[in-house]
Ligand binder design. Structure first.
Ligand code: HDL
Ligand code: ZN
Length: 420
């Protein structure tokens, strides 16, 4: 290598170390998880058996053990965990995103390199989410706040909120309204039983009552956004039920409270019902309704993530057209090393550092550790590459610039958007 080449390589390595130091030191706001504050008790999952029973691993394990579904589901969680462990960590190599993540979690908890057993993992983790354990996981993950996914139609969760709960400030709520917008007849039945004067055909006082109901949940949970997911069937404008619920309830309430509306698009639910939570799949979806939502509702803010790899480029271009659209995360089936890097590069090259690169979607407390380790690896790698190119083209990059950009990506883009 020429001397100039050596110099350049040394400069790039020095830059990589500066970027990594700042990325590691910047605490993350994790804006979409399925974790719950400790006050919601058994809803907050942690420990080795919960990690093994993560639905990603359960679906992967069926490709190895091929047990009849009813046999597997008839087992205790401990027995299911042992089946998954044997399938993915003994009869196979934990190469998938979710399986290799378990190794990373164990390493973060000080597990000696080499091979360990499920017994070892059970010993090193805790299945009781004490305050100290939660703090330790947040600290290991470099996360200082997570947003929950709170479902007013989940009876178990609703019972806690009805009692009045003291929510740990490391957890913030979001209101997840899939049942309302996607299964309105079921939602109606539930709401009628709670004393709301609503009708499946949206007649009478339905809209006023739905607004009263939603306002009560905003008051009760103080959410940072309102959300729902859709497959490829989102239409807007739409004079059907979902379109009217959007225009007459969700969008006005979100505007009043300056709450973003989060749309998670491309999830095709229960493609294989026998896999239960793991039975959902992916579908490409149109960006046309997203464009019209952003264009027709300029005083609303939209957090958008899409599940199909094929939709990522169009989502980024749409974000260039509408600044009330904030693209976020590499969701679920695009949360793999390869696709997170591709999507993050795409976003940075088309938007600059004005998007939310990742959320963990953590379902088990310790997921925060590996999900954010992966995210930091990618963000540091991509930023180093882009800063290096900038420097070679003659623009000085100071630590303050890197600190500002990483803070924006990991926390400020989210908070500024929520509070705007
Ligand atoms: O709809 C969602 O919020 C998805 O994230 C689903 O919960 C999915 O099952 C999941 O956990 N993805 O990571
Ligand atoms: Zn999720």
């Amino acid at each position: 290598m020429t001397q100039a080449g050596t110099q350049e390589a040394l400069a790039q390595e020095a830059l990589a170390q500066r970027v990594r130091r700042i990325v590691d030191a910047t605490p993350v706001v994790d804006m979409h998880t399925h974790l719950y504050a400790p006050a919601l008790k058994e809803l907050l999952l942690c420990g080795a058996d919960e990690l093994m029973c993560f639905h990603y691993l359960i679906s992967e394990s069926f490709r190895v053990h091929r047990l009849p579904y009813d046999v597997f589901w008839g087992m205790s969680k401990r027995e299911q965990a042992e089946v998954v462990w044997r399938a993915l960590f003994e009869q196979s190599t934990p190469l998938s995103e979710a399986a290799s993540g378990v190794i990373e979690i164990a390493q973060a908890f000080g597990m000696q390199p080499g091979r360990f057993t499920l017994h070892d993992l059970r010993a090193v983790l805790s299945d009781t989410p004490t305050a100290a354990y939660i703090d330790k996981v947040f600290q290991l993950a470099g996360v200082d706040l997570v947003v929950m996914t709170n479902d007013p139609f989940d009876r178990a969760e609703r019972a806690y909120w009805a009692q009045g709960v003291e929510i740990d400030p490391k957890f913030r709520a979001s209101l997840r309204l899939d049942t309302l917008v996607n299964q309105f007849a079921d939602a109606c039945q539930d709401l009628q039983a709670q004393g709301f004067d609503v009708a499946p055909d949206l007649s009478g006082r339905t809209f006023a009552e739905l607004e009263r109901w939603l306002e009560s949940w905003v008051e009760r949970t103080q959410p940072v956004y309102v959300a729902f997911s859709a497959a490829d069937d989102l239409v807007y404008p739409d004079d059907g039920v979902r379109g009217q619920l959007l225009d007459k309830v969700l969008l006005p309430v979100c505007r009043r409270h300056k709450l973003p509306l989060s749309l998670m698009i491309g999830a095709r639910r229960r493609v294989n019902p026998d896999l239960r939570l793991a039975g959902d799949s992916v579908t490409q979806a149109s960006l046309r309704p997203v464009e019209r939502l952003c264009a027709d509702n300029p005083d609303n803010k939209f957090l958008i993530t899409m599940l199909a790899r094929e939709n990522q480029h169009e989502l980024v271009v749409t974000a260039r057209k509408f600044h009330n659209l904030m693209p976020f995360g590499c969701w679920w089936f695009v949360n793999t090393d390869t696709l997170v890097e591709e999507i993050t590069r795409l976003r940075l090259e088309l938007l600059g550092p004005t998007f939310i690169p990742q959320h963990s979607d953590a379902r088990v407390l310790e997921h925060l550790i590996y999900k954010w380790q992966r995210a930091r690896d990618v963000v540091a790698r991509v930023l180093t590459d882009k800063y290096g190119a900038l420097v070679r083209r003659g623009w000085a990059v100071e630590d303050a610039d890197i600190e500002r950009d990483v803070r924006r990506l990991f926390r400020d883009n989210f908070w500024d958007f929520v509070q705007a």
